[in-house]
Write a protein that binds this ligand. Structure first.
Ligand SMILES: NC(=O)c1ccc[n+]([C@@H]2O[C@H](COP(=O)([O-])OP(=O)(O)OC[C@H]3O[C@@H](n4cnc5c(N)ncnc54)[C@H](O)[C@@H]3O)[C@@H](O)[C@H]2O)c1
Ligand SMILES: [Zn+2]
Ligand SMILES: [Zn+2]
Length: 369
């Protein structure tokens, strides 16, 4: 057992506290990972703010990378010293989605119970009380224990902060374009919301050879980053939804073939659907508070053969996709570094959540010494 510092949420809507916690030794099929980096994703903020009810106390973070530090009996795919990115969805392997080869749709993943597959917890607070690990990986901690299948080895030379982002926003955004939507070369694309997820959709659209690629955000500085990544056009969104839709139509000859919503607000979900041309596809990537609903005009939707796709985790098969995205990064074709504008310490987490809530800045990454 070792003792480390971790960001623990005790009550939703209150500050995430940095606590000393004990980490159990890895058992059969488990590995201990010394964390190097953990991105601050809006999904963590949804949990922090209580948009998504989750059991507590829970060690936060689900977008992380580190180095394998200890392995339990029977671990075959990993060895000590290897760089790994952690997957926040370990498929159950036996449900209908898993059997159909769609692990991203697994409804019964042990990751959703925020512990090990057998229900065990690996963290304990200073009084010996069990602390859950968000999505079974709780990456905002100096070290953690995860199932072998949650730790995906990456090639040497990948920046650990980049590896962390491959664990969530990169896989979610790039995969939404390449895997969920299978955007063909030359298709018109719009991306609404340019956080880590939306900018990854932009990078995915560039990889797909799409064009035009129109980036939309209400923060002007994010439009510049999207252009830098390869977006051909940008629209500064205001509260005037019609004006944004008109701008999208003007830039894409009547509407983008694919609109990616990467925010998770009913108003922007509705805007994504409304902006579609005949035959167009809205891809919903952003996640709303659990109870939120959106509506759309059914007649023109059906009459115009439009489509809506939901995309969880970029339809990821992490053991296949993480190394691919890492290789693209090393080849200079997936410039994930440009999504990162602040490397912070664990103690800066609450300030990081404030900035994320305000839409201020790009991806923030907690780095561990
Ligand atoms: N589908 C999945 O598997 C999956 C995975 C990870 C994250 N997510 C979700 O994706 C969403 C985005 O995550 P993120 O970490 O990139 O968030 P983020 O907060 O970094 O980015 C959101 C962006 O949207 C912009 N924005 C907010 N309101 C806007 C509006 N009305 N019009 C235009 N732009 C607006 C913000 O300025 C910001 O740039 C979150 O809901 C998150 O929970 C989904
Ligand atoms: Zn995430
Ligand atoms: Zn399953």
């Amino acid at each position: 057992m070792i003792t480390i510092r971790a960001a623990v949420q005790r009550t939703a809507g209150t500050a995430t506290k940095i606590e000393d916690v004990a980490v159990a030794e890895p058992r059969a099929g488990e590995v201990r990972v010394r964390m190097l980096a953990s991105g601050v994703c809006h999904s963590d903020l949804h949990v922090r703010d209580g948009d998504w009810p989750r059991p507590t106390p829970i060690a936060m973070g689900h977008e992380g990378a580190g180095v394998v530090e200890a392995v339990g009996p029977g671990v075959r795919s990993l060895s000590i010293g290897q760089l790994v990115a952690l997957s926040w969805l370990v498929p159950c392997g036996v449900c209908r989605a898993c059997l159909a080869g769609q692990p991203w749709a697994c409804p019964d993943s042990p990751s959703f119970r925020h512990g090990m597959p057998d229900g065990a917890t690996v963290l304990a607070d200073s009084e010996g009380g069990a602390v859950l690990s968000y999505c079974g990986i709780g990456t905002m901690a100096e070290a953690t224990v995860v199932p072998e299948s949650a730790a995906i080895a990456l090639p040497d030379g990948v920046d650990p902060a980049v590896a962390a982002l491959i664990g969530c926003c990169v896989t979610t955004g790039v995969g939404a374009v390449l895997k969920t939507a299978q955007v063909p070369a030359g298709a018109g694309v719009a991306v609404i919301g340019l956080g880590g997820v939306g900018l990854s959709c932009v990078m995915g659209a560039v990889l797909a050879g799409a064009g035009p690629i129109v980036a939309v955000d209400r923060v002007a500085a994010k439009l510049d980053v999207a252009r830098d990544l390869g977006a051909t056009d940008a629209v500064l969104a205001t509260d005037d939804r019609r004006a944004t839709i008109q701008a999208l139509h003007d830039l894409t000859d009547g509407g983008p073939d694919f609109v990616f919503e990467a925010i998770g607000q009913p108003a922007t979900v509705e805007m994504a659907i409304e902006a579609l041309p005949l035959g167009g596809t809205a891809v919903l990537v952003g996640m709303t508070p659990v109870e939120a609903r959106a509506s759309f005009a059914v007649y023109p939707f059906v009459d115009g053969s439009r489509r809506i796709l939901g995309s969880n985790y970029g339809f990821a098969d992490p053991p296949i996709d993480f190394p691919r995205y890492a290789a693209l990064n090393l080849a200079g074709r997936l410039p994930v570094e440009r999504l990162i504008d602040r490397r912070i310490g664990l103690d800066d987490l609450e300030a990081a959540f404030d900035r994320l809530r305000a839409g201020d800045g790009l991806r923030q990454v907690v780095v561990f010494d």
